[in-house]
Design a protein around this ligand. Structure first.
Ligand SMILES: NC(=O)c1ccc[n+]([C@@H]2O[C@H](COP(=O)([O-])OP(=O)(O)OC[C@H]3O[C@@H](n4cnc5c(N)ncnc54)[C@H](OP(=O)(O)O)[C@@H]3O)[C@@H](O)[C@H]2O)c1
Length: 249
């Protein structure tokens, strides 16, 4: 059996991606931090190393096929074998469906869905001959249910859920597991102000557990899917949402 390779986290420059990278590094994994903001990645790399972990930083724009190829080629040249991918890079464009522009639609779908596919494919081409691996696509509970003013986002995340199933089916024979992690609303720097507002608090009251998620609430699911503990799990979509998906209609 191969010794563990590295875990690549896209969108590691902030929010959940940075948290996922820290969690994997704390569990003893070497991590590859990927995003467009390379300065933020280097700062996180220093933090992880100071805490005793191992990290590399690589510039990556998931919407750019060339950038994805270049990042994986650079890792190949450096002898870095990636056997866990956390496809976390993503963005939203909150506006009523009547106001969505074609360019805005493309930005969301290119990042959240096409980007997930390009990174998964580049990784799987290597994992196929390298002993397999685990791909974790970060979708959302909005991949399963809808809310107002997030049509492009919800469509992209539903696409991620179905893409996950299709890739799991095709790649199981290569020892590659593909699963989706579907967070509910998780507090990060970007959404903290909203969740402190009246509208944000009203939303929190609709979550059965009556609280927002914290990044650490995702650690159990992340580590389950990333490690051998989840060896028989593939093609699934795991919600971590305080029960939000089963809230009363
Ligand atoms: N927070 C939540 O409540 C929540 C709930 C459900 C799902 N999610 C999902 O979790 C993931 C992370 O969300 P977050 O809340 O942590 O958001 P965030 O803080 O805005 O982080 C998004 C990350 O994606 C990266 N990114 C965006 N476009 C990219 C591109 N073209 N290429 C490479 N990286 C790109 C950004 O890095 P650069 O700008 O440096 O490239 C950034 O690091 C997203 O997929 C989101 O949909 C979040």
């Amino acid at each position: 059996m191969n010794s563990p390779g590295s875990a690549l986290v896209t969108g590691a420059s902030s929010g959940l991606g940075a948290h996922f990278a820290r969690t994997l590094a704390s569990s003893g994994r070497s991590v590859v931090l990927a995003a467009r903001r390379i300065d933020a990645l280097h700062a996180l790399k220093r933090d992880i190393e100071e805490a005793g972990g191992a990290a590399e930083a690589v510039a990556l724009d998931v919407t750019d096929e060339r950038s994805v190829d270049d990042a994986f080629a650079a890792l190949d040249r450096a002898g870095v074998r990636v056997d866990v991918v956390v496809n976390n890079a993503g963005l939203t464009d909150a506006r009523p469906a009547l106001d969505i522009t074609a360019a805005g639609w493309d930005r969301v779908v290119d990042t959240n869905l096409r980007g997930v596919f390009l990174v998964a494919q580049a990784a799987a081409r290597r994992m196929k001959d390298g002993g397999g691996g685990s791909i974790i696509n970060v979708a959302s509970i909005l991949g399963h249910r809808v809310a107002g003013s997030v049509a492009s986002y919800a469509a992209s995340k539903a696409g991620v859920v179905r893409l996950t199933e299709a890739l799991a089916l095709e790649w199981a024979r290569f020892g590659i597991r593909v699963n989706a992690l579907c967070p509910g609303y998780v507090e990060t720097d970007l959404n903290r102000d909203f969740f402190n507002s009246d509208a944000g608090q009203a939303l929190v009251r609709r979550i059965p557990q009556r609280r927002l998620g914290q990044p650490g609430d995702l650690d159990g699911a992340l580590l389950l899917l990333a490690t051998d503990a989840g060896r028989y799990i593939t093609g699934t979509s795991l919600a971590v949402d305080g029960g939000h998906l089963v809230s009363s209609l």
